[in-house]
Design a protein around this ligand. Sequence first.
Ligand SMILES: [Zn+2]
Ligand SMILES: [Zn+2]
Length: 312
Amino acid sequence: MDRPVRSLKDELHSNEKIAIPDQLGCALESEKSCCNGVGYRLQANGSLTQAVLCSCVRDCQSCFGQNRRMINGGSKPCRTPAPSRVASLINAACLPARYSSAKLDSFTNFTGNGRDVVQRLSTWMREFDIEQPKGLILGGPVGVGKTYLLAAIAKNFANKGISIRFIDFFQLLLELKSGYAQDKNDSNVLKEAIESDVLFIDELGKGRNTDWELSILDQLVMGRYNRNKVIVASTNYDFKPSDRVNLGFNNNLDERRGSTFELDRFESLEQRIGARIYSRLVETSDLIEVTGEDYRKRNLQEKLSSGPKPRR
Ligand SMILES: [Zn+2]
Ligand SMILES: [Zn+2]
């Protein structure tokens, strides 16, 4: 059927999709399998996660990777935040490469309360308000997936355009120390950590907790507290001081903590990081305990038991 010839004026006032770019639609609209529709891809760059713009966006015949198109006579973003923006947030975050594929809904912790934790975390993220942010501390023994969960949450924030910085506290201390050795100022490393929208600290409380180490943690926690910015952390230490009272060498000890028996596990987070830092963190954070078996040990068990015997 022939289309009636329309003037430019008609075109501009028409609601019909005429312009070729609009007809094609941005590559992001069709959730391509190359990147599951997010527009960027993650890869390892040494020990860190690197995000690169996916070729489907780069080669998009509609926006040519610019993430902007003419829609109804006006220039509009194809997606907010733009995939290139999300990629740069991820690249600035220093996410560990090991957890680059972490996703909340693919978290499996069959032996513990994983299902419940994932649900609570989804709610926590949904309710997260950057204007009045609430922090989070994930507690629980070694190997139940806390770092995985932190990385999944961090990526989720980046997808929303929220800037993140991920630090292993132990690693941060090493970086600062090597900075001192090279006469470098530590203010940049700390500044980045203090100023990101959300700071992720893995293994809070680990280390020797010398006065210097605690003063660094104090700068981070107080610096962020004063800027109304929060911390999302994981810790192997008990974040409930009251637990210390109940802790004895009783029967259900193994059950509660898995079979890992580490003496310093019985120290509370408050003891590890000091009352002042602890109370600031708890005041601004939700606390979630993750339970379960150490997955590294479980994997080892499975390997040991799946020898050359025939499969049933
Ligand atoms: Zn496009
Ligand atoms: Zn793609």
